[in-house]
Design a protein around this ligand. Structure first.
Ligand code: SF4
Length: 434
């Protein structure tokens, strides 16, 4: 009988795409992929370091698996395993801890699937993290979106971030390999490909390439698709990329650009690589070139030293900018970062209040953006799910659209007229297929 593996991912889309690659490797070794409740022989947890309670989450999942299946062989890998292998190995029931270099080579470390008294640890030092591990994954059961990893690691030194320690220096997939993998993904009939990585804008640094040159190579590949950049640092979003996005319908008119703080003082403490003036100029430039561009912003509240005035400065800065939505994160202390040693820690209740304020601002921003598009014809890619008679999809500029379910429009580029909106969806009428 086939052996069974269950996989569990914590964290970002990059982690999901890497878990998907790990799953493919198990399939090649004759395993079936099953759910946690289906008595897996092996259980793999791909951990995250951004999650505030990574270790607690990991412990809870391991307990849940062992309650159902005490004989399951448990492997823990990913960013948290790389950073805290000893703590992970002490969780009762964990058999194998694999770091970032080792995660795509699991079968070299799983000699037998006998449970161990003590967990084995295989973790390379941070300065030796150089493996890439080609990875792509998709959303649920539809062929609508595929996340495609083109870059890993980061050379930046943001003072709050442990990702460079967990994933090593910036490295990229060779462009020929990107193009060939990209064609494979298109052959599986995915319609939207999201270029993913730790610092995607840094693509090609060591290859005499850059993201702009890669995009030019990708958009000439034949097919019915569109291409989205998951997120890009402000200092890496070049005029060339903005102009190419304006000109080329295959590139989505959407940028997700981390800001993190609208206070110059806090940006410096965070060791970010731009000023608020630079950021504002970039946003206005994008809107000048592509007036209907959707712009998402990451922001962290409660960073050490963020006074009431600093927060108000951030709030007002974001309120004035023509952006479409925010992803708000509450600062939480991470061991071995510069930020954790900084003075003037912000009380947790104040961090939460600031988070709430920015979330409300985000809802307003989204509503204003959606409202500005009423009367426009847009192109929507509807997803497979029938949600109580409705289907949902995204436009190129990242507007969430909801409409009566009509199977013939699923996973097809559909022209849609926006007639109304709230702060969750835009509504309107289908004009027809592209
Ligand atoms: S750019 Fe900064 S926040 Fe992003 S992964 Fe690199 S160090 Fe971390």
């Amino acid at each position: 009988m086939n052996q069974k593996v269950a996989l569990h991912t914590l964290g970002c889309k990059l982690n999901f795409s890497e878990t998907s690659t790990i799953g493919k490797q198990f399939k090649e070794h004759g395993f079936s992929i099953v759910s946690l409740d289906d008595n897996p022989d092996v259980f793999v947890i791909n951990t995250c370091t951004v999650t505030e309670n990574a270790e607690r989450e990991c412990r809870q999942i391991v307990r849940r698996v062992l309650r159902k299946n005490p004989h399951a062989y448990i492997v823990v890998t990913g960013c948290y395993a790389q950073l805290r292998p000893e703590s992970i190995s002490k969780i009762d029931g964990v058999d194998l801890v694999l770091g970032s270099n080792e995660k795509f080579n699991m079968f070299s470390y799983m000699e037998s699937l006998q449970k161990n008294e003590l967990a084995c640890i295989f973790v390379s030092p941070t300065d030796e993290l150089n493996q890439f591990g080609i990875a792509s994954s998709s959303d649920a059961d539809s062929r609508t979106r595929a996340y495609f990893k083109i870059q890993d690691g980061c050379d930046y030194k943001c003072s709050f971030c442990t990702i460079p320690q967990a994933r090593g220096l910036s490295r990229s997939l060779e462009s020929q390999q990107v193009v060939s993998q990209f064609k494979d993904i298109l052959a599986q009939e995915y319609k939207e490909i999201i270029l993913t990585g730790v610092n995607v804008g840094d693509y090609g640094k060591s290859l005499d390439k850059n993201l702009f040159s890669l995009l030019k190579e990708l958009i000439v590949v034949e097919g019915d698709y569109r291409l989205r950049i998951s997120s890009i640092e402000p200092n890496l979003l070049s005029d060339d990329i903005i102009n190419l996005t304006k000109e080329h319908p295959r590139l989505t008119k959407h940028f997700h650009i981390p800001l993190q703080s609208g206070s110059e003082k806090i940006l410096k403490l965070m060791q970010r690589r731009y000023t608020k003036e630079f950021y504002a100029d970039l946003i206005y430039k994008i809107k000048q070139v592509i007036p209907d561009a959707g712009i998402g912003v990451d922001v962290i509240v409660g960073f050490p030293g963020e006074s009431e005035n600093d927060f108000v400065e951030t709030y007002n800065f974001l309120k004035e900018l023509p952006i479409s939505y925010l992803h708000v994160f509450t600062y939480s202390e991470r061991p071995n970062t510069k930020a954790v040693t900084m003075a003037d820690s912000v009380p947790v209740n104040i961090r939460k209040d600031r988070n709430n304020m920015l979330r409300i601002l985000s809802e307003k921003k989204k509503f204003e953006f959606y409202k500005s598009l009423i009367g426009n014809q847009v192109e929507v890619l509807f997803e497979n799910e029938n949600d109580a008679g409705f289907m949902k999809g995204f436009t190129s500029n990242y507007v969430r659209v909801k409409s009566d379910f009509k199977g013939e429009y699923i996973n097809k580029f559909t022209t849609f007229e926006i007639c109304d909106c709230d702060n969750s969806f835009a509504y309107g009428k289908i004009i027809g297929q592209k």
